[in-house]
Design a protein around this ligand. Structure first.
Ligand code: PGA
Length: 266
């Protein structure tokens, strides 16, 4: 099956759920998601580091993938407070989220840091989910695409064509994320996704077109179907609206038929 024949739906629970909250959430979520078309769905949850072991054990063989919110690029060493790719692999984590807007803009991570992390994740058989997005200022100055281009070209600088089979990209405009975020308009999202896809094809002529590009930033029940209907949107990376299992499930139910229709499966 081609990578883009699946609908990518994931959430990052940020620093908002304890280990116990995560387990309760996952139990509910898995029961609900088991009713969905498993063949066409790539569901994932990215909880806090301290919840990872419990989350992996909870997810078991359900098909729900568990990811980490960040990762250091070295396998081991004198990096107090950091978590390495081999530590994540040992727990059974499958995805490493890299370069989320909060990592870049609150923790001060650079494109060079993200590039090393993407490379380390892929070299350790983790799926790398590279997050990119322009700030409001950058958008207003008309350099949104330039920023995406820099973040992608730098972020993917160390990887080769073959490694892209385990790469996913999330376009998350900084101004659209979180409680003060303004959801991006579908047309704008599609245009930016189209641009990201063209860059990925330029960087990786053989596999670039198969790399899933997800949208994130104030996705909710109302705007989700319209976003998935867009040609260049392969999935959704959701924050707040997915943190209640029921609410995530309702979004999944509303977008699945739209996705199946878009791809010509129904
Ligand atoms: P939000 O978060 O959906 O709550 O805006 C998105 C994200 O940070 O990935």
């Amino acid at each position: 099956m081609k990578r883009l024949d699946k609908l990518y739906l994931g959430t990052n629970t940020k620093m908002c759920k304890t280990r116990n909250d995560t387990v309760d959430y996952l139990k509910k979520l898995m029961a609900l998601f088991s009713t969905l078309d498993q063949e066409r769905l790539f569901p994932f949850v990215i909880p806090s580091f301290v919840s990872l072991e419990a989350a992996v054990s909870c997810a078991g063989k359900s098909g729900l993938k568990i990811g980490a919110q960040n990762m250091h690029w070295e396998n081991s060493g004198q990096f107090t407070g950091e978590i390495s790719p081999i530590m994540l692999r040992e727990l059974g984590v499958e995805i490493a989220e890299i370069g989320h807007s909060e990592r870049r803009h609150i923790m001060g991570e650079t494109d060079e840091d993200e590039a090393k992390k993407v490379c380390a994740a892929l070299s350790n058989d983790l799926t790398a989910l590279l997050c990119i997005g322009e700030t409001e200022d950058e958008k207003n100055c008309g350099i949104g695409k330039e920023i995406l281009s820099i973040q992608l070209k730098k972020g993917l600088h160390h990887i080769n064509e073959e490694q892209t089979v385990n790469l996913m990209v999330a376009y998350e405009p900084v101004w659209a994320i979180g409680v003060n975020g303004v959801p991006a308009d579908g047309e704008y999202v599609d245009e930016m996704h189209g641009f990201v896809k063209s860059l990925l094809m330029e960087l990786f002529p053989c596999n670039g077109a198969d790399i899933p590009v997800l949208y994130g930033g104030s996705v909710n029940r109302e705007n989700a179907p319209g976003l998935i209907a867009r040609e260049n949107v392969d999935g959704l990376f959701i924050g707040r609206s997915a943190w209640e299992a029921e609410s995530f499930y309702r979004i999944a139910c509303s977008v699945m038929p739209v996705f199946l229709k878009k791809r010509g499966f129904i």
